[in-house]
Design a protein around this ligand. Structure first.
Ligand code: DHE
Length: 512
């Protein structure tokens, strides 16, 4: 119905363009609000909260430059339903519209429990679909999901044969890793616009969806697979769902004791602690949400058995890495002032790390080196990988790379760690680091001129998948030992890849 309305608007505008242009208000200065209602509201929502198209609010547009927004309005967006308005709007109207969508709305947008519940759709109630997969593969634990952000689709691949089992449309702009249930049957996706989607891999079907917020960062699934938590920038909430049908359990306002509220940078599952850990952007606290049988002293009851435990953080921390025991949290201080290690048992800072600038802690991995465990992560603002000894948090080495990187990956069975050069002129390169010598063993340029990024190994660590991160991109399958390309599959800007086994086993070389 909305799509038809939009088409009708376009048609009438195309036919009546001359008459519209003759209106005095438009001839003098474009009225962006009116233009929005006329051309955009049908897909992006009257209140700019999104619909078929994404939300058009300053927070949701922060990753798009205003000049690029003008180009999208004028030329449309390939491989999406966004049409070109260049024939209907002149340059002044396009510019006015673009400026307007970057301005906060007159009435601050809200997203209440009622909105969450109204967005909730259950296609297949939990437990009603067959338990046997509708496709045949050798190993259900060696499946991969690949998010293709070029045209907002997800591919499901057989990790043994590198064959595509299915490809389905996702919500607009998925972000953060999809999260599997512990048995690997179901997976949950989160979109930047707040949608949480539950997908039954065995039946190749979306079973339930709900919109948790207006601008969401990521989701986490509890280690027992029973709960899903969403982290929002807008509104300032954490939202808890029953994983069976994505029914709302509670939306939790993220508020300090003094009433200050905060955006949530991300939420993570901490399996050994039976808890979710939330990174807060605007309050110097770390939140742990537990479902213990008995809340600990000082915990605030939340809902049901859930309890909130606030930990006073030594700084504003908004990008986390956890040691394998989930006792220590490594965080980067806001403003690039360095990194620190926070002991979540004693609730004290135990070390400062020389991590000035922007280390990408979320991309950190660990491995054994000379009998000790080290952690390594790339930096978003420097061509560097930092390696720390996790026994005393001393710096082992900073490995110089050909430019700032975003993602780092390995596997317990592989002697190499892979890091991309996501930013700068060398973005088509990817470094292969020897995990024992900490030297770059190889630098590959799989597709000159196109960004090569984000690796995920198969279950055994014998092959890996690497993205050619381009609308006209590809997924490469590479032998993890010889580094030879074995195969490639064309894809629309494949971003993250997620192997069922590695994710559900919390493999040391991958993100969690
Ligand atoms: Fe991400 C994961 C934050 C920009 C692609 N990104 C994450 C996570 C966080 C994060 C906290 C871990 C959550 C999880 O997986 O559950 N990302 C941020 C930012 O703060 C940043 C720098 C700015 C922003 O506006 O959000 C940012 N991220 C990007 C991109 O520009 C990327 C490259 C393209 C995109 O899709 O937006 C991008 N981020 C990803 C991917 C993951 C991710 C593919 C999952 C990585 C994984 O392997 O698990």
């Amino acid at each position: 119905m909305r799509r038809m309305l939009h088409r009708a608007t376009l048609l009438s505008a195309a036919l009546g363009g001359v008459a519209l242009a003759a209106l005095p208000a438009l001839a003098d200065a474009p009225d962006p609000h009116m233009l929005y209602n006329q051309h955009c509201a049908a897909c992006h929502g009257v209140n700019r909260l999104g619909g078929i198209g994404p939300a058009l609010l300053p927070e949701n547009l922060s990753r798009l430059k205003p000049a690029a927004a003008e180009t999208v309005i004028r030329d449309g967006r390939a491989a999406t339903q966004m049409p070109a308005f260049g024939a209907l709007l002149d340059d002044a109207e396009v510019a006015a519209l673009a400026e307007w969508i970057y301005a906060p709305p007159a009435v601050a947008p809200s997203w209440t429990d009622t909105d969450i519940q109204a967005s909730h759709v259950v296609n297949h109630s939990h437990g009603t679909l067959p338990d046997a997969p509708v496709f045949e593969v050798e190993d259900l634990k060696n499946l991969f999901l690949v998010v293709e952000i070029g045209d907002h689709h997800v591919s499901l691949l057989d990790g043994d044969t590198f064959e595509r089992i299915t490809r389905f449309e996702s919500r607009y702009a998925l972000h953060g890793g999809p999260k599997y249930t512990p048995d690997g049957r179901y997976v949950f996706f989160g979109s930047r616009d707040g949608w949480v989607t539950k997908y039954d891999i065995y039946n190749l079907a979306v079973t339930a969806e709900v919109r948790a917020g207006i601008n969401m960062r990521n989701i986490a699934v509890s280690a027992d697979g029973r709960y899903v938590m969403a982290a929002n920038y807008l509104p300032h909430t954490l939202v808890l769902f029953d994983a069976r049908n994505l029914e709302l359990i509670a939306s939790i306002p993220v508020e300090a004791k003094n009433g200050d509220t905060s955006r949530v940078s991300a939420v993570y599952t901490a399996p050994p602690r039976n808890s979710f850990i939330a990174a807060l952007k605007d309050i110097p606290e770390v939140w742990e949400i537990r479902w213990p049988e008995q809340p600990a002293d000082g915990d605030e009851p939340l809902v049901g058995d859930f309890a909130l435990h606030r930990m006073a953080a030594p700084d504003y921390l908004d990008d986390f890495f956890f040691d394998p025991s989930y006792r220590y949290l490594v965080g980067a201080a806001r403003g690039g002032g360095g990194g620190l290690v926070f002991d979540m048992d004693s609730e004290e800072k135990v070390a400062d790390l020389p991590l000035e600038g922007m280390p990408h802690l979320g991309a950190g991995i660990t491995w054994e080196l000379d009998g000790r465990r080290v952690m390594a992560m790339p930096h978003i603002d420097k061509g560097r990988v930092s390696v720390f000894d996790m026994s005393d948090w001393s710096l082992v080495k900073q490995i110089e790379t050909d430019g700032p990187g975003f993602f780092m990956r390995s596997h317990e069975n592989s002697r190499y760690a892979w890091v991309d050069v996501f930013f700068g002129p060398n973005h088509d390169r990817v470094h292969v680091i020897d995990k024992q010598t900490l030297e770059i063993a190889e630098t590959l340029i799989p597709e000159p001129g196109k960004t090569a990024a984000h690796v995920e190994f198969d279950r055994d660590g014998e092959t890996l998948l690497l993205s050619i991160w381009d609308d006209d991109g590809a997924l490469l399958r590479i032998d993890a030992e010889t580094l030879e390309e074995l195969d490639r599959m064309p894809m629309k800007k494949p971003s993250g890849k997620y192997n069922v086994w590695n994710k559900t086993q919390y493999e040391e070389g991958t993100s969690h």
